[in-house]
Design a protein around this ligand. Sequence first.
Ligand code: SF4
Ligand code: SF4
Length: 147
Amino acid sequence: MVKFYDKGLRFSCQQCGNCCSLEEGDIYISFEDVVAITEYLGITEKRFEEEYLQIRDRFYVVKQNGENGPCIFLTEDRTCSIYPVRPYQCRTFPFWKENLTSKKTWDDLKKFCSGIGIGKLFTKSEIDDKVTRDLKRFKESLQWMEK
Ligand code: SF4
Ligand code: SF4
């Protein structure tokens, strides 16, 4: 199927921190994310759950700093303190299915994400791979269960 990004899209994160500061931007995590992050931080899964996660609509999501504040992992200089192991949801942004529905949707993202349209050229197959990974990640998001 012909897509508007058949010839690829340019994107290079400018580390502005906008996508880490969304009031309604929950970061869902998978078990794979938990393993990578706890190893990186050198903490137990229990401590990770207590200090860095909260429950939203029965899903585990990364805590925010204060009510509706930025992600707890966003530092004062607006970088991610767990960047090498950041959750898949963060890794695949902005190549999410909902951002790729049309050229207009993608171009409109520029207002929010200054990395759109510049830097590295991602091929169609790289983009599709990120979309697939994000959808897989979405299905694997950890749900909270009553203990
Ligand atoms: S909004 Fe875009 S440029 Fe800014 S940190 Fe997020 S991905 Fe990077
Ligand atoms: S985990 Fe890192 S990349 Fe993801 S939202 Fe938080 S600060 Fe941003």
